[in-house]
Design a protein around this ligand. Sequence first.
Ligand code: AMP
Ligand code: MG
Length: 326
Amino acid sequence: MELLSTSARDLERAAEAIRDGLLVAIPTETVYGLGADAWNRVALARVFEAKRRPSFDPLIVHVSEPDGASEVADLSVPYAKTLSERFWPGPLTMVLPKLDRVPDLATSGLPTVAVRCPANAVAREIIRRSGVPVAAPSANPFGYLSPTRAEHVVAQLGGRVDFIVDGGRCPVGVESTVLDLSSEPPLVLRPGGLPVELIAEVVPGVQVFDRATTSPRAPGQLPSHYAPSRPLYLVPFGGVSGIEPRGRAAAICFGAESARAAERHGHWSRIVDLSPSRDAVEAAAALFDALHELDAAGFDELWAERLPDLGLGLAVNDRLYKASVK
Ligand code: AMP
Ligand code: MG
């Protein structure tokens, strides 16, 4: 593995590597992706191998310009054009009918393809220079925490990728919102970096996948995903201060609760406040960083409170739920 910078020369090397069928971890505004040429079946297979990802889990295909999506998907379905004009580049992935030329490995044999134009200048420049759409799942081993810094990728996948482009910290910090437009009504399969409330302004009848009533359509909907290796217990908003943790324990809080937890019990070894000003966007950006740090520190127990289910709070709660002990 070789670490690359964001110099023009290094971006050209990253693009060339993708053209050559190699695996390149790239920064996006959401999380780091493990990129490969979406037309190259061998490269796609290596993505699954590197992630130890079950082959049923389809990849997101990234394009450098919103218009580039028409190379892989049919954008004539209702709302697709309007959504791409309004929210791309950005943290929205649309599931659309796929064009025949997209390899089945990228879509796990589904008749649909997930496509996104990311809002990160480095990612877009690499994709543009490569001249191909870039299939990129999150650059983490399957089921483990998503990476929001190049160091996370080095630690988790360093031995299994060819290049890692260090573009610093990912500002959004949670994965993209996945919206399935191939079904009626459109369904949010995974809450993420684009708030559902904004999608609803364009798609009035949009539904959000509910794990209590619907069986999963996408592996990102599996109840356990993005998990740290230490047990994490999820409690309601404001619920951490009532907990008596055992052993060396750490708490993840949102605003005022961190002070209350510190007052009530002296025995939290560490308390992380995701956003002192109670801003769900800031909390999303800090989430995976906090989980990586606490996981590496080897606490006996991790406890986290849910956020209010508004805006990016929905995505943060979804990731915390998936990381938690059920
Ligand atoms: P990741 O690339 O790791 O952020 O995960 C991508 C998410 O998009 C996963 O939850 C996939 O299952 C989901 N996804 C990708 N392609 C499709 C598709 N064609 N239909 C439904 N979900 C998809
Ligand atoms: Mg992932």
